[in-house]
Design a protein around this ligand. Structure first.
Ligand code: KG4
Ligand code: ZN
Length: 394
């Protein structure tokens, strides 16, 4: 089989990204234009601004990805693009451009699920490292994949089918995604946006046992009736397979209450204003404006999040006899999370794999990689396919 070079395009949220990947396993180029500066003043992603920024960035980003790979529009073998889930207006920018390229160049077009992309980011990492040989021969199924990002906290059980994988959703968040909780807590503490990286860096300076949070107990099956993370008719399709759902509204409320009862408002506002004046605050800037109660709260919050994710994921791994664990998505860049999952996975004899850190957050290399089995199977998208904001992974 000759090598296939796939151009991947990703625009589901606040990153415009393009990449060229060889045969699903070698990243030749990987360009990511972040919109952080645009959304920073609002403390979160503003969908209308995101679409506008994607429109501005998509052409130069794709051009740069091709140039860095030493490719041209004509020399790639296929064009892959994120179909969903994500922000509808943002997805449409990538999809429309991918369609136009595929049509004009007469190349196959491949539609990719963003969540499958995150899972393939782990495979990309394995295939680029020394673990490669081992992983190719020994990747044992079923794989349990925790996709933990700003938009998702999903548990999938994956099996191999033909050249590709099939997925069963066995857990999801009932409210905020884990990354969203990091972002909201950081905003509440005046630490800016996005919050995950800031809390990650500050947490080692605080005491993770200083503040106790009640663990999220989810007693009932999801009454809204959800399957694959999407709403369905109430009580329809709810089989009896065990589920491992997450919830972060409790911990957010607990932090809000802690801030109020400990009179932290004034110091938070002072920090917010001081950090807003610094364009890219570094660790020293954060530390200069953080008191001990804030550091302790950040450390305790991160510890509670990591423990909750770990506990539910390991329980799911036991219940479904998972042979391998993948942890991926933006929050998988978190240092304490990586360390804890690796340690606890090793204790249980469960191999745990992550993407490289740059491929943990949104990127297009993961989209081009996930497209490769579809390229081999000639599973091409029709020209009239559209964005699917709530797309399920199956
Ligand atoms: O995967 P991603 O880039 O976009 C989505 O698909 O959502 O994830 C972004 C999320 C944000 O919520 C961000 O705060 C979080 O990932 N994040 C982190 C870290 N780096 C990014 N959370 C915790 N620790 C980190 N180091
Ligand atoms: Zn993502």
């Amino acid at each position: 089989m000759p090598d296939a070079y796939i151009l991947g395009i990703e625009s589901s949220c606040d990153e415009t990204a393009a990449a060229v990947v060889r045969s699903g396993e070698q990243v030749i180029s990987n360009v990511v234009a972040s919109q952080i500066a645009t959304h920073q003043p609002y403390g979160g992603v503003v969908p209308e601004l995101a679409s506008r920024e994607h429109l501005r960035a998509i052409v130069p980003v794709v051009r740069q990805a091709l140039a860095e790979a030493g490719h041209t529009y004509n020399s790639v073998d296929a064009i892959a693009v994120t179909r969903g889930p994500g922000l509808a207006g943002s997805l449409l920018v990538g999809i429309s451009y991918a369609k136009a390229l595929a049509f004009a160049l007469d190349k196959p077009l491949i539609a990719v699920n963003h969540l499958e992309g995150h899972i393939h980011a782990v495979l990309l990492h394995l295939s680029q490292n020394r673990e490669r040989q081992q992983a190719n021969h020994e990747l044992a199924f079923p794989v349990l994949a925790l996709v933990v990002s700003g938009g998702h906290t999903h548990l999938y059980l994956a099996e191999q089918k033909g050249r590709g994988w099939i997925y069963e959703n066995i857990g999801h968040t009932r409210d905020d995604a884990a990354g969203e909780a990091f972002d909201k807590v950081a905003k509440l503490l005046g630490l800016g946006y996005p919050g995950g990286p800031a809390i990650d860096r500050l947490a080692p300076r605080g005491d993770p046992r200083a503040v106790k949070f009640p663990s999220a107990q989810i007693k009932h099956r999801d009454r809204r009736g959800r399957k694959d993370g999407r709403a369905v008719e109430p009580d329809a399709n709810l089989d009896e397979r065990p589920r491992f759902d997450f919830s972060y509204s409790g911990i957010k409320t607990a932090i809000l209450r802690y801030v109020e009862t400990h009179n932290m408002r004034a110091s938070i506002e002072a920090r917010r204003q001081a950090l807003a004046k610094i364009s890219k605050p570094g660790l020293e800037d954060y530390l200069a404006h953080c008191d001990k109660p804030t550091l302790d709260l950040a450390a305790s919050f991160q510890r509670a999040m990591v423990e909750d994710l770990l506990e539910k994921t390991l329980a799911a791994a036991h219940a479904y006899d998972a042979a391998t664990l993948f942890v991926t998505g933006g929050v998988a860049a978190n240092n304490e999370l990586r360390r804890t999952f690796e340690q606890e996975g090793a204790k249980e004899g469960l191999p745990v794999f992550f993407p490289s850190r740059p491929l943990s957050t949104d990127n297009a290399a993961m989209i081009a990689a996930a497209a490769y089995p579809k390229f081999l199977a000639k599973d091409f998208a029709p020209m009239d396919f559209s964005a699917e904001a709530g797309m399920a992974l199956k």
